[in-house]
Ligand binder design. Sequence first.
Ligand code: ADP
Length: 274
Amino acid sequence: MTQSTLSRCALHQDPVRDDIPFYQPTGQEVALFEHAYRQRLPLLLKGPTGCGKTRFVRHMAARLGLPLHTVACHDDLTASDLTGRYLLKGGDTAWSDGPLTRAVREGGICYLDEVVEARKDVTVVLHPLTDDRRLLPLERTGERLEAPDDFMLVVSYNPGYQHILKTLKPSTRQRFVAISLDFPDADTEVDIVAHESGLSRGRCEALVNLAARLRAMKGQDLEEGVSTRLLIYCASLIQAGMPVLDAARAALLEPLSDDPDVLKGIEDVVTATF
Ligand code: ADP
């Protein structure tokens, strides 16, 4: 851990523990998460891809000493992928819990990443879990599971990807307390990129400055701005000995666009920076 990270941890009065994944807060999200957990409220995290949502949840699960059940949602994901199903075992069928059911039975955090991607029937199982009943009815087994106090449901989505067919209905989103996460301010992002890649702060500063310019192109030329994740990839390649421009091409240009004109525009910004 770098000196600056240590001093920031002191600033946030966080005990530094090796078994807790590193997470640099960008606002009041740690306190809000803890309150939501203690009040048994479900939480919605909004923010662009690669801004730290998953890392934040991993950090909070470790900090609160809770098991974490993560599900990366996709457009084929159904309610039974979350709740469970009968499987053939030998000649018999046996019920097998899905990750949501496991978290409700055993306690812990169930994190549904990019929840809007999932099929519509998923919201049906989430609704009774996200009000004061905190119930998971399992039609197939006839059970009605009551969530224990140490169960918490956390979902995330990226508002930037929304289109008319894929959005959270108000009746669903109004069941959650919500936090907006975004890319951190420049100083914090330098800390994060340096910590994760091992590259010096000075060299990370140049990358973070470049990110600010590329993020300013969002909406005009680029659908999404460069993420903290991509900056870390770029810094890791440079730290491993790759020439800066090659690393920037592989980690910052190519993942952002397929359009030759846009790529040329980004390349000009990159070469002007280094
Ligand atoms: P998301 O879930 O929003 O797509 P991730 O949590 O996977 O993004 O973040 C991508 C990477 O960026 C993480 O693996 C971590 O290395 C880094 N990262 C982003 N934000 C932070 C932060 N605030 N503190 C520590 N690491 C961060």
